[in-house]
Design a binder for this molecule. Structure first.
Ligand code: SF4
Ligand code: SF4
Length: 379
């Protein structure tokens, strides 16, 4: 493992058209651009692999990291002589067995003889970074190297979810939803997320951009063929490079804003398949957060008129997951009601309900004022 400063802003892209027999070769070329597997993962390294296992969806729904990529990564880590485990804390932690099974992750781990860890059922340790305190899975903190395997998707709260946002799953349990309650403003939540990154061991991120998600991400958007893998030792650099490749304004991604101001975009070095060669489509983004640019006192003032809240449709199966996921108890599911009831004044627009819905019955909708005036469009 050698995340030297000279390579930390290096981001590699490689074309990879499908989850098929050609993927492992594309993965190897990608890693060669960063120095090769053997240099990055010396024999004996303790490795924790962190895929994105948000919820119990099948691989073709493009919500979770594809198992074909996970298999290829595990094969190579084992070949390097690393000591490997896979772990996550899905948003749908109460449906854990179903998440492991439907995402295809459990069968790959079984096939490869690699332990699959639920961070909820393991120990966690408290770490502090500046003003923020976290309970982070001990398996993550004790690893010598994290292999971060995000899915490239849009996100209703953070616009993009990829390298940095995937690390939110290193926090076990319901503290994830509680933090949304503590930091409802995307800018503050972004700082919290970014601070978490600084408390974690060195990591190699390999982003699954073969099929990503656009629109109403991270769980109810539309799968979109992108046809690439991307990798870096620096998750911030990787997300900035993804913004460039997918034409996402990086200032709309709250956890990138401070790095942007510090010149991180200028330090990017892209290698491998060029962005021009990838010829990526312009993906559909979720609407900007209405409170992204406003100070807290103004957010309070305008929140009755400017908001993003869930709307429920008839696909609802009354499972109650959204009710349990809501950090501010804005949802109820009374006996006989076809869909959950929202107490709008409590809602902080965190999207936790939207992320866990197994029936795609939730759409995040803008307030009438936002829809009519489009006042924050393209900011
Ligand atoms: S209703 Fe949904 S978006 Fe609103 S606070 Fe609850 S979980 Fe978050
Ligand atoms: S909206 Fe979705 S998560 Fe909520 S009760 Fe209905 S199916 Fe379950």
């Amino acid at each position: 493992m050698d995340p030297t400063p000279a390579t930390t802003a290096l981001v590699a892209f490689r074309a990879c058209k499908a989850y098929d027999a050609a993927l492992p070769a594309a993965l190897d070329r990608l890693l060669e651009d960063l120095g090769g597997w053997e240099r990055l993962v010396p024999a004996g390294t303790t490795v924790l692999v962190k895929p994105n296992l948000l919820t119990d969806r099948t691989p073709d729904e493009a919500v979770t990291t594809h198992p074909v990529l996970l298999r290829a990564v595990l094969q190579r880590l084992l070949r390097c002589g690393a000591s490997v485990a896979v772990g996550d804390s899905p948003a749908s932690a109460a449906q854990l067995a179903r998440v492991w099974e439907r995402t295809g992750i459990e069968s790959v781990c079984r096939e490869m003889g690699v332990p699959l860890l639920s961070f909820e059922q393991r120990t966690a340790r408290t770490v502090t970074r500046g003003a923020y305190t976290y309970q982070v899975a001990a398996d993550v903190l004790d690893a010598q190297l994290i292999i971060n395997l995000p899915k490239v998707k849009t996100h209703n709260l953070t616009t993009l979810t990829a390298a940095v946002k995937n690390l939110y799953g290193t926090l076990p349990g319901y503290q994830k939803t509680q933090r949304h309650k503590e930091y409802p403003q995307p800018g503050i939540f972004g700082k919290y997320l970014r601070a978490l990154l600084d408390t974690l061991p060195p990591m190699l991120t390999i982003a699954d951009g073969v099929v990503g998600m656009e629109g109403d991400g991270p769980s109810a958007g539309t799968p979109v063929h992108l046809g690439f893998l991307a990798a870096s030792m620096d998750p911030v650099a990787l997300d900035l490079a993804l913004c460039r490749a997918l034409r996402i304004p990086p200032r709309r991604v709250p956890y990138l804003v401070d790095d942007l101001k510090a010149g991180a975009n200028e330090r990017l070095q892209l290698v491998g398949t060029t962005i021009e060669e990838l010829a990526l489509p312009k993906i559909k983004l979720p609407p900007p957060s209405p409170t992204r640019l406003l100070p807290r006192w103004l957010v309070k003032l305008v929140s009755p008129l400017v908001w993003v809240r869930p709307r429920f449709d008839t696909a609802c199966i009354r499972c109650g997951r959204c009710v349990r996921a809501c950090p501010v108890k804005a949802l109820q599911l009374p006996e006989g009601a076809p869909v959950p009831r929202l107490e709008g004044s409590r809602c902080i627009g965190c999207c936790c309900c939207h992320e866990v819905c197994p029936a795609r019955a939730i759409r995040m909708r803008q307030s009438p004022l936002m829809r009519i005036a489009h006042i924050f469009r393209d900011l």
